[in-house]
Design a protein around this ligand. Structure first.
Ligand SMILES: Nc1ncnc2c1ncn2[C@@H]1O[C@H](COP(=O)(O)OP(=O)(O)O)[C@@H](O)[C@H]1O
Ligand SMILES: O=P([O-])([O-])O[C@@H]1[C@@H](O)[C@H](O)[C@@H](O)[C@H](O)[C@@H]1O
Length: 378
């Protein structure tokens, strides 16, 4: 399948194509993350049980910082975040916003109330009802930096990524990954989050120029997987059951990792960033989804934006370095993505499962990591 961006989108004629996605060892692959940080208020039984930094940009930055391939001396992972908050933003000094500060607006910070029900025992029942109680300004095309990026992640939570902003991302980035929640959320008079059919939105015409579209199983019916998979690769995440990928001509199920869920917030965001990191490491889409599942499971194990144990991250890095070294050819060569499960898929899953064991250990060892309350144990 060709890369989603049209040839003249990411690269003007005659321009040096330095930003092509390449296998490890190529130029630094700079990313563009677009979506706003927000305030999350977690409510159970009518009682506030947590107040945390939220917004897909926060969860995504956290995972990209943890899992993107880079040389030791490179320091921070190379990506830019374009996000908007108000003067009331309460988490400016939290790691993700401190590293990549948001644009400040006169309007208040986007804020969500997430209502958790005790009845959400089934794996497929929606485990929370979301209400947007405040909305910051949208992100306009002019808010994006005026330069090219290897990849882009459109990760709005409250309708802040406008269609024209997504279109500009597509022009600036060689490959764009989109979270469906940025495109299909609708809010009633009370702020309750509902969904509209993607085909009825102005985003629909951009789909053939998007590389990957991620949707939760709740969102998938609004995306129209059978239509969308003919235009881009669609990934449907399914909570503790892992995920499925659908592309034109194939599909794959990717197994999950075990997790003790204490807060489901940010699982989808962390999945998408883990998946993107997997692609950057040179994995096929189906193999990269293992890294998505890994970080999705890690996200639900903690309340709010998770802290990863350095030992766990070191183990993941070593696994990727070893498994990828065994591959005969890179999966991302600048013009095509590979979708199929590779010969190292099962080994990669088994090795990551070992690394995942370091996650619960961390919770016991580090009670100061913000795990204040058990929001939604299963
Ligand atoms: N309880 C869980 N146990 C293990 N992995 C999980 C769990 N919940 C989510 N995940 C991982 O996170 C991914 C995204 O979760 P999901 O709930 O589908 O997304 P969203 O947060 O968008 O609703 C899943 O595909 C899975 O890999
Ligand atoms: O849980 P998830 O679907 O990955 O993503 C979440 C959004 O749906 C929610 O609107 C936001 O308030 C959370 O902070 C988080 O970004």
């Amino acid at each position: 399948m060709p890369l989603a961006a049209e040839p003249d989108d990411a690269h003007e004629e005659g321009e040096d194509q330095q930003l092509l996605l390449t296998a490890k060892g190529g130029p630094a692959l700079e990313g563009l993350v677009v979506g706003s940080y927000c305030h999350d208020v977690l409510i159970r039984g009518g009682r506030i049980v947590g107040e945390t930094l939220g917004g897909a940009a926060a969860f995504v930055s956290n995972v990209l910082d943890a899992a993107s391939p880079r040389e030791e001396e490179q320091g921070e992972a190379p990506f830019v975040v374009v996000s908007k908050v108000g003067r009331d933003f309460a988490y400016a000094s939290a790691p993700a916003p401190a590293r990549r500060p948001p644009l400040l607006c006169a309007s208040p910070t986007t804020s969500f109330h997430a209502q958790f029900s005790d009845a959400a025992a089934s794996a497929h029942a929606p485990d929370r009802e979301l209400r947007r109680v405040r909305a910051c300004d949208p992100i306009y095309p002019a808010d994006l930096p005026d330069r090219r990026f290897a990849y882009g992640l459109a990760v709005g939570v409250a309708g802040e990524v406008l269609p024209e902003t997504l279109e500009r991302m597509i022009r600036l980035c060689h490959a764009v990954l989109v979270d469906a929640q940025a495109l299909i959320r609708a809010f009633d008079g009370d702020g309750a989050v509902g969904h509209v059919a993607l085909e009825d939105t102005p985003y629909a015409r951009l789909l053939p120029r998007v590389a990957f579209l991620k949707a939760s199983s709740e969102e998938a019916p609004y995306v129209g997987v059978e239509t969308a998979r003919r235009q881009c690769c669609v990934i449907v995440t399914d909570g503790r059951d892992g995920c499925r990928l659908y592309w034109d001509g194939g599909e794959a199920r990717v197994a999950p990792f075990p997790a003790v869920q204490v807060d489901p917030t940010g699982a989808g965001d962390s999945f998408l960033a883990g998946f993107a990191a997997g692609l950057l490491w040179g994995l096929s889409a189906t193999d990269a989804a293992l890294l998505g599942n890994f970080f999705g499971a890690a996200a639900v194990s903690q309340v709010g934006v998770p802290t990863f144990h350095p030992k766990m991250l070191q183990a993941v890095k070593e696994i990727l370095e070893e498994k990828i070294a065994k591959r005969s050819s890179p999966c991302i060569n600048g013009t095509t993505f590979t979708f199929d499960r590779s010969s190292v898929h099962d080994e990669l899953h088994a090795a990551l499962q070992e690394a995942a064991r370091l996650m619960p250990e961390q919770q016991q060892a580090d009670p100061t990591n913000g795990n204040g309350g058990d929001i939604c144990s299963v």
